[in-house]
Ligand binder design. Structure first.
Ligand SMILES: NC(=O)c1ccc[n+]([C@@H]2O[C@H](COP(=O)([O-])OP(=O)(O)OC[C@H]3O[C@@H](n4cnc5c(N)ncnc54)[C@H](OP(=O)(O)O)[C@@H]3O)[C@@H](O)[C@H]2O)c1
Length: 352
């Protein structure tokens, strides 16, 4: 029988970085939508470092490697229904609908399994606005843009002239977070590796960028932020977080967005004393983007569209072809060997 529905399942618990052998590609039967459901074809899948945390842990290995999925199960991106579509990791096109709000051909966001054709409750899908380019819907105008915006607007609250530090500055969220701070009049320092270091300065307009693999991050921070850091947008946790934490200004704000350095770590990293939090009256606040969709997503989209139209928001996407290449790409992302936001193309893009 012809391959109709390529799907990726988990073959075994990874030892360290995920490898192609940890997954297997199968042709699953084409699902049929029930009443109130939609069958849609996934066009792009967002590749996120936190996917590492969803994979099972080898036996006897302690947290944080213990994930939510088991050997033999489908791999997952985003959240399963009933979570709403824009919280998922896919964009695609409706193939068949048994839900009154959707028709064949509609562009949608939603679904969560590493599967080309998925049947999902129509209520969990989001219809994408007319004129949306599917690639953009996963990046600037989608969850990654919104995560950056929520962190900066709700916690960072950048003022003109402040010094803002962004880790994983050349990644999906860091690229946008830094440009938002620039648009607010801040001096922005990035931390990245590889060719992203040059890219965030030359193309995105950051004031400087530390190459975390080529120099000592603490020394570089002393050189570049002698008057301390007002806002640290933390995408990575670990040692970089500790170096920044030590160099915060009084009343500084630390936006805890993610802990990418820890997702593939064999054990919980060493924590730090909270004394500077008291002494410097710091505000350290974590956030999860899912809490903000209902009340802030529309405001974010309007602001982001205006910045894009004014030429003040750039973005780099690395496209990977097919589920088969996704595990190796995920390993590259976790190590910092990506070139911008990584998305996996699963079929023809009707928006070009
Ligand atoms: N709060 C929320 O609601 C929310 C939602 C979605 C995602 N997130 C989080 O946001 C963060 C950024 O996500 P993203 O998709 O934009 O990923 P990303 O930044 O494109 O990828 C992660 C990057 O972290 C850096 N990194 C890896 N290991 C490191 C280490 N040991 N030390 C320092 N840096 C290291 C690498 O970049 P360099 O090598 O270039 O430094 C790597 O490419 C992630 O932690 C993710 O989980 C949060």
């Amino acid at each position: 029988m012809e391959h109709t529905n390529p799907s990726m399942r988990i073959a075994r618990a990874p030892q360290g970085l995920p490898a192609p052998e940890d997954f297997f590609l199968v042709d699953e039967p084409m699902p049929r939508p029930g009443e109130g459901e939609v069958l849609y074809r996934a066009v792009y899948m967002s590749l996120d470092p936190s996917m590492r945390r969803k994979l099972p842990a080898p036996e006897g290995v302690p947290a944080p490697l213990g994930g939510t999925r088991q050997v033999g199960e489908l791999m997952i991106a985003g959240l399963p229904p009933p979570a709403r579509g824009h919280t998922g990791g896919f964009v695609g096109q409706v193939a068949e609908s048994r839900h009154p709000a959707f028709a064949q051909g509609d562009l949608v966001q939603g679904g969560c399994w590493w599967q080309t054709y998925q049947c999902v409750p129509g209520d969990s899908l989001e219809k994408l606005p007319e004129g949306t380019r599917l690639g953009e819907a996963l990046g600037l105008l989608g969850q990654h843009g919104f995560v950056s915006w929520c962190g900066m607007r709700n916690i960072g609250k950048v003022k003109p002239g402040e010094t803002v530090l962004v880790s994983a500055a050349g990644g999906a969220i860091g690229m946008i977070a830094g440009q938002l701070a620039k648009a607010d009049g801040a001096r922005v320092i990035g931390i990245a590796s590889g060719d992203k270091v040059q890219y965030v300065v030359d193309e995105l307009g950051f004031d400087a960028c530390i190459d975390r693999k080529a120099e000592n991050v603490s020394d570089a921070l002393d050189r570049l932020c002698p008057k301390c850091i007002d806002v640290y947008f933390d995408n990575v946790g670990g040692d970089v977080m500790l170096a920044a934490y030590d160099r915060m200004a009084d009343f500084g704000r630390i936006v805890i967005c993610g802990m990418a350095s820890e997702y593939n770590a064999p054990e919980e990293p060493f924590g730090a004393s909270l004394r500077p939090v008291l002494r410097k009256r710091l505000r350290i606040e974590g956030f999860v983007v899912y809490d903000h969709y209902d009340d802030q997503f529309a405001q974010f989209q309007a602001e982001m569209r205006a910045l894009i139209a004014a030429g003040r928001m750039k973005y780099r996407i690395e496209v990977i072809d097919g589920f088969a290449n996704a595990p190796e790409a995920l390993a590259r992302l976790l190590e910092g060997r990506n070139k911008g936001k990584m998305i996996v193309r699963l079929g023809p893009d009707p928006t070009g």
